[in-house]
Design a binder for this molecule. Structure first.
Ligand SMILES: C[S@@+](CC[C@H](N)C(=O)[O-])C[C@H]1O[C@@H](n2cnc3c(N)ncnc32)[C@H](O)[C@@H]1O
Length: 394
C-alpha cells in the first residue's frame, strides 16, 4: 500500500472521535460566501458545487453546515478509514440535532464521499470552490497538484489553501529528525510515551524539546505522527507558491490566518516595506521564521494567465532530511542572505529588519499560554553578527 495512504488508514486526521460534533460556527471560515466577500465579489454561484481535497475526518461536516444550498459537496480522500469517520460524523449530525444546537433542524449541503488519490481524481462538471487544507504539502509535486486542482475550477472560481510554511518549520523538521534518528516511528509501541521520554532526555532549553512540548499536536499519537513522523512532507516556500499559482492561473486575493502569519504583519513591523508584493512579504516573514501558523491563502481563478508575478526566481529549497542536518546558524545565514536580496532597492537593510523584529516582536511564546516564552525558537534570539559570521552559505 502507498505509505501515505497507510499512514492515514492507521491514523485518520484530525483524530477526533467520530461521534464528536464540532462547535457551531467552526466552519464559518471555510464558507464560500466568506470567500466571495474576501475576493470583493458581490455575487457568486447561488447553488455552488464544492470540492474538499484531502477532506480528512471533520471538514465534510464543517463545510456541509455552511453550504445548505450547495448542489454538491465532493469530499475526496485517499484514506478509507478517514472517509468512514467523516461519513459517521455527517450522518450523526443529522440525527442528533440537540447536540448540534439545531432547533429547528438545520439543512446540510449534500456530500458525496469519494475514495481516490487527488492526483488521479477527474471531474467534468467543474467546481465553484475548492478547499485544500494541509494536503498539498503531502505530495511529491505540490505545484503539479495545485495546477491539476485548479484545472477543475470553473472560471472565476475560488480556491482556499492552507499549507505549511517552509523555512519557519525548521525546528519542527529538526525535532522530527531527532525522533526518527533515535528510532521513533509511527509503528513504535506506546508511541506518545516513548516520544516524550526521548524528548525529555534533551536539556530543558533545547529548541527541539521546546518545540515538541509546546506543540498541541503532541496530545495524541496521531497528532505526533502527523506533525513529526509524517511519511511525506514537502512544503513550498512563498515564492515557489507564487510561481505555482501563476502557472495554475490563480491569483492571491486574501489571507485569513491570524495576524502574525499574514503578509501584512510585515507592514506593522516595517511600514517602509508596505509597497512590496504579498508573496515577497510572506517570503521575508518565512525566512525570518515568523510564520508560526500555516498561512491560509484565498485564490481566484483567472481566465487568462495571471499578471506576471514580480518575484525573483531563486531557489528556496532548504527542506528535507538534509535541511535538518545542516548547522542551524548556517541555515539562518542563508535565509538572511535571501532576505537581503529581496530588500534590494527598498532602503531597508537586513540588519534593520532583523533588529525591528528583535525589539518589537521578540521571542516566540507558547501557543497555549502567551506568558511562557520559548527561547531559541525565534531567529532573532540569536546574534545577527554571529549568524552572519557563520562560515558557509548554503
Ligand atoms: C493533514 S490531513 C488534513 C485533513 C483535513 N483537510 C483537515 O484539514 O482537517 C491530510 C489529509 O489529506 C489526505 N491526502 C493526502 N494526500 C492525498 C492525496 N494524494 N489524495 C487524496 N487525499 C490525500 C490524507 O488522507 C488526509 O486525510
Amino acid at each position: 500500500m502507498n505509505p501515505l495512504k497507510a499512514q492515514y488508514e492507521r491514523f485518520p486526521y484530525p483524530p477526533i472521535y467520530p461521534l464528536a460534533l464540532p462547535k457551531r460556527g467552526q466552519g464559518r471560515s471555510l464558507s464560500y460566501e466568506y470567500g466571495l466577500q474576501l475576493a470583493g465579489k458581490t455575487e457568486g454561484a447561488e447553488h455552488p458545487r464544492l470540492l474538499i481535497a484531502g477532506c480528512g475526518t471533520l471538514e465534510p461536516l464543517l463545510v456541509a453546515e455552511y453550504h445548505p444550498k450547495a448542489v454538491e459537496i465532493v469530499a475526496v480522500d485517499l484514506s478509507q478509514r478517514s472517509l468512514r469517520q467523516a461519513k459517521i460524523r455527517y450522518w450523526f449530525a443529522h440525527v442528533a440535532p440537540s447536540r448540534f444546537s439545531l432547533v429547528p433542524r438545520r439543512r446540510f449541503g449534500p456530500v458525496t464521499f469519494v475514495e481516490n488519490d487527488l492526483r488521479e481524481f477527474r471531474d467534468i462538471a467543474g467546481f465553484d470552490y475548492i478547499i485544500a487544507s494541509n494536503v498539498l504539502h503531502h505530495v511529491e509535486d505540490p505545484a503539479g497538484l495545485l495546477q491539476h486542482l485548479s484545472s477543475l475550477l470553473r472560471p472565476d472560481g475560488l480556491f482556499r489553501m492552507v499549507t505549511y510554511p517552509k523555512s519557519s518549520r525548521t525546528w519542527m523538521r529538526r525535532t522530527s529528525a531527532f525522533l526518527k534518528a533515535n528510532g521513533i516511528t509511527a509503528a513504535t509501541p506506546r508511541l506518545r510515551k516513548r516520544a516524550f521520554q526521548l524528548i525529555r532526555s534533551l536539556p530543558a532549553n533545547d529548541p527541539r524539546r521546546l518545540t515538541f512540548e509546546s506543540q498541541p499536536e503532541t496530545r495524541t499519537a496521531a497528532g505526533i505522527v502527523d506533525a513529526f513522523l509524517h511519511v511525506q512532507e514537502n512544503p513550498l516556500g512563498p515564492l515557489e507558491w507564487a510561481h505555482a499559482c501563476k502557472d495554475a492561473r490563480l491569483e492571491l486575493v486574501a489571507e485569513t490566518q491570524n495576524e502574525t502569519s499574514r503578509s501584512d504583519f510585515l507592514d506593522e513591523v516595517v511600514p517602509e516595506l508596505k509597497h512590496l508584493n504579498a508573496w515577497i512579504k510572506l517570503q521575508i516573514l518565512d525566512d525570518l521564521l515568523e510564520l508560526c501558523s500555516n498561512p491560509v491563502l484565498w485564490l481566484r481563478k483567472t481566465s487568462h494567465p495571471s499578471k506576471s508575478v514580480a518575484v525573483p526566481e531563486f531557489s528556496t529549497n532548504l527542506v528535507g532530511a538534509a535541511g535538518a542536518s545542516i548547522d542551524v546558524r548556517q541555515e539562518f545565514k542563508t535565509n538572511l542572505k535571501r532576505i537581503s536580496i529581496l530588500l534590494e532597492g527598498t532602503g531597508i537593510d537586513v540588519q534593520t529588519l532583523f533588529d525591528r523584529f528583535k525589539n518589537e516582536v521578540g521571542p516566540r511564546v507558547s501557543p497555549e499560554d502567551e506568558e511562557i516564552e520559548l527561547p531559541g525558537l525565534a531567529m532573532t534570539d540569536y546574534s545577527f553578527d554571529e549568524l552572519m559570521r557563520s562560515n558557509k552559505i548554503l
